[in-house]
Write a protein that binds this ligand. Structure first.
Ligand code: FE2
Length: 180
């Protein structure tokens, strides 16, 4: 017998057993669903390509979506958790500076071009289609080291309220705080 064969069979009409079907969720609620949201936006260029601008003087960014109250809080009495989706562009040489994301988790998805992520663990090249999922407190410095502009999509949950720069490695303090 084929080892991948499943013994599960559904007799009759699956639509007759509504309790077996998960209702479609309006908003993502798990890491996998947030990553899926980012991939679905990435795959649909009509949602973002016409919005992208490149600015050689200061970092360009655009908030694509903000949902203040998407999920119930894990703890009674706490406010529901929302999420934000940001679109960022990077001309060659532009970088974020070393930073973390406060209490937010995040998903970075490269839409166009190539970015380089520096962390204390090393250097990682992120080509278009790459995704990085990170937990609260994760620190990195993202740079466009290539010769072509790059575009990235950033999902933060909860929405980004604080993005502490890490002064030891970051550029001068005149740099604007830009989500990254
Ligand atoms: Fe970041």
């Amino acid at each position: 017998m084929n080892s991948s064969h499943s013994d599960l069979q559904i007799a009759g009409d699956i639509l007759e057993v509504q309790h077996l079907l998960q209702p479609a969720r309006e908003h993502p609620a798990t890491v996998a669903e947030f990553a899926g949201l980012a991939r679905s936006i990435a795959a649909d260029r009509s949602q973002w390509a016409h919005l992208v601008q490149y600015d050689a003087v200061s970092r360009w960014y655009h908030r694509l979506r903000t949902v203040p109250q998407a999920l119930g809080s894990a703890r009674a009495g706490e406010a529901p958790i929302g999420y934000e989706v940001w679109l960022l562009s990077w001309v060659p040489g532009q970088g974020s500076g070393a930073h973390d994301h406060g209490a937010s988790s995040g998903i970075l998805t490269v839409l166009d071009g190539e970015l380089t992520e520096h962390t204390e663990r090393g250097v990682r090249s992120l080509a278009a289609g790459s995704q990085r999922v990170f937990a609260p407190g994760y620190a990195h410095d993202v740079v466009n080291d290539s010769l072509e502009p790059a575009v990235s999509l950033h999902v933060y949950y909860p929405g980004l309220t604080d993005m502490p720069m890490h002064p030891a490695q970051s550029p001068p303090a005149t740099q604007d705080a830009v989500p990254a």
